[in-house]
Structures are given as C-alpha cells and as structure tokens.
Design a protein around this ligand. Structure first.
Ligand code: MN
Length: 235
C-alpha cells in the first residue's frame, strides 16, 4: 500500500463563490477516489514554502501534480500574453520544489493538465500561453461538455510506456495552453491530430504526464483506469 501525495490547490476566498468565500485547500475527488479504489492512501499536500517541500515528499511514496492555474510565464522567460489566464507564482515555486524533492528521493511523479505544463517548465521547456497560437482548429477546452465525456482523439506512440492505451485513445480536454518547446529530458508519447502534445514521459526519472483529465473518467473507461494503475503500481 503506497501513500500518494497530491499537490493541492489553494482557493483564496476573494469571491463569494465557490465555498462561500472561505479560504480552502483542496483537490479533485476523482484522484482521491481512484487512489482509494486501487488500495492506496491519498494525502493532500497543502501549498507551502518551497524550502519545506522535502518534508512532504519524505512522507509520501509518489506525487501527483494536478490541474489549475496557468504556469507563470516568468518561469519560461516570457512576458504575460493578453490571453494568459489566472496565475499563482507561489504555487509554481512550491510545485517546482516538490518535483525536485521527488527526484532527489527517487519517487515517481504523475502530472495531469497543469501538472504536465509545470513539469515541462521545471525542466526548461516552454508553453503556448494560449492554444489558439498553435493555429489549431480542435477544441481543447471542451466546456460546456462535461468532464466525464471524452471529446477528441489522441495517437499514442506504440513504443511508449502508455501503449496500453492503444494506438488511438479518446480523451476529455480542458486546457487552454499547451507545450511549445518540450524540455530535453521528456519524450512526447501522445499527440492530438493537430500535433499538440497530449502526454510526455521521462522513464529514467519515473515521470509521466498527460494533458487530459483521467481523474474524471477512470471510473467509466478501463484505459484511463489502467493509466492510474500504471502510475500507482508500476511506475
Ligand atoms: Mn486536448
């Protein structure tokens, strides 16, 4: 039985909704459910100072980085573009430190959506600040279609660690940014039809990351369940 740290999201309570304006630290229940269903222990890691990141990694076996704010473009040496969304540089630097500690301790990492983008930036890659700059015609922000419904296809590399997904896999899509320059250590192992990178891996460092949200679909689709199983039991 493994303890799985999930880097949490902080909601600062500036608005009346959600959470009635209360400040909260939370994660998506889909991660918790998947980890529990597969016999492991989920543990939400609250945002903290980067110098304290190792203390959290010390008590978990693996790390999940989930969705949320855009990564601050200052960390890939760009000015904020007019289409940039909400950012939280304090979360960025804490998650960079969690990644560093996980590497130091040889613990595997699973990035989801923003998690994939944080990992790419941490290792020197860059992002399109809005997916429209890729020139794509594919709808990568599928709102208002619900998260449990996959909407676009991806092609998975047959020689990759995610080949159990099959050559073609259907995914949901809730990202308005995407990888521009892939960091050197990563291999792109799945792409949408427009060429946008949908999954990356670094087998040496025990990292996988996907641009879609399997936490919203694993209970309905065996292949997304297998993705969690791969991370939880094999990576
Ligand atoms: Mn997509």
């Amino acid at each position: 039985m493994a303890i799985i740290g999930i880097a949490g999201t902080t909601y600062y309570g500036e608005d009346e909704v959600p959470f009635h304006g209360n400040k909260v630290i939370y994660t998506r229940k889909g991660f918790v459910d998947a980890i529990q269903a597969m016999g492991h222990i989920p543990l939400i890691i609250p945002n903290d100072k980067p110098e304290r990141a190792a203390n959290y990694i010390n008590i978990v076996d693996k790390l999940i980085l989930m969705g949320g704010e855009d990564v601050s473009p200052q960390y890939y040496n760009e000015e904020p573009d007019k289409l940039l969304g909400n950012t939280n540089p304090e979360r960025d630097v804490f998650e960079f430190a969690l990644i560093e500690s996980a590497l130091d301790q040889g613990k595997s990492i699973f990035g989801v959506c923003r998690g994939l983008q944080v990992l790419n930036v941490k290792f020197g890659g860059t992002l399109f600040q809005d997916v429209s700059y890729t020139g794509t015609k594919i709808k990568h922000m599928q709102v208002p279609t619900k998260q449990r419904f996959p909407t676009h296809s991806i092609e998975v590399k047959s020689d990759s660690v995610l080949n159990f997904l099959g050559q073609t896999h259907m995914v949901n899509s809730f990202h308005h940014q995407s990888i521009k320059q892939l960091a050197d250590n990563f291999t792109a192992i799945a792409h949408a039809k427009d060429g946008i990178i949908e999954a990356i891996s670094d087998t040496q460092r025990k990292i996988i990351a996907v641009q879609w949200h399997p936490e919203a679909t694993w209970h309905r689709f065996d292949k997304d369940k297998a993705l969690f199983s791969y991370f939880l039991n094999d990576l």
